[in-house]
Design a protein around this ligand. Sequence first.
Ligand SMILES: [Zn+2]
Length: 274
Amino acid sequence: MTSTPFDTWQLATTRGWWIVQRGREILLGPDGGLPFGACPLFELDPLPVLAVGELDGQPCYAVALPPEAPFGVFFGDPKRLYDSLAGRARNALSRALEVLEWDRSHRFCGSCGAPTEQRAAAIVRHCTNDACRREHFPRVSPVVIVAVERGEEILLGRSHHFPPGIYSVLAGFVDAGESAEDAAHREIFEETGLAIRDLRYFASQPWPFPHSLMLGYQATYDGGEIVCAPDEIEDAAFFHVDRLPQTFRFPSTLSYWLIRDFCQRHGRDWPEPA
Ligand SMILES: [Zn+2]
């Protein structure tokens, strides 16, 4: 039998931050931010609740609602909420979303197929097969995102699934057994045929859709002509700092920080669409 350290009834009077998922939606507070206060789910049957750390000295709780749960008007898009939060709150939301995804997708042991269970407040699911006893922890999937610069130009590309006209810096998953630096060189070469040099670490960012860790780099163009890999990207080009295309405008994202940093180092404000 699966057990968890808390349920919603036990926590009915406990104050904290509540990250409550229902399908693709997330519960919003009255101000549109993360809900804070007593458990907002006390009217429902007990639900397993995961303790996922703290934010500003208060506990954070994560819970996944059944799809038919009520409270319809207070749910919204988790990416929109993510984008509206500042650093620490954004990371707390990331952790909760990633732990919920892990909890949902590790109900059975990947080694032997037996059910798993949580036995304590720690974020680990244990295999219930005594011959196996494997422990399953949340995993993150590293992604490199690279701003390649050539003087006053920056390399931007667009995927087939981007909205029309939108470009961004290039990114790709780190392969098994690969360093982040090797992944940066490989991804840029695979997607555009270009060589890069002077790879410099910039910043990282949890990206909980569903469980990535974005590793941002800046690099300098080192040769080659752009030849797009058609199954990866639709277009890529170097754009002058004064003639940038439309880009995603989510201030919470590494791609935004990288393009803004490029502009600022060349004495420009955040780019306006061309
Ligand atoms: Zn097992």
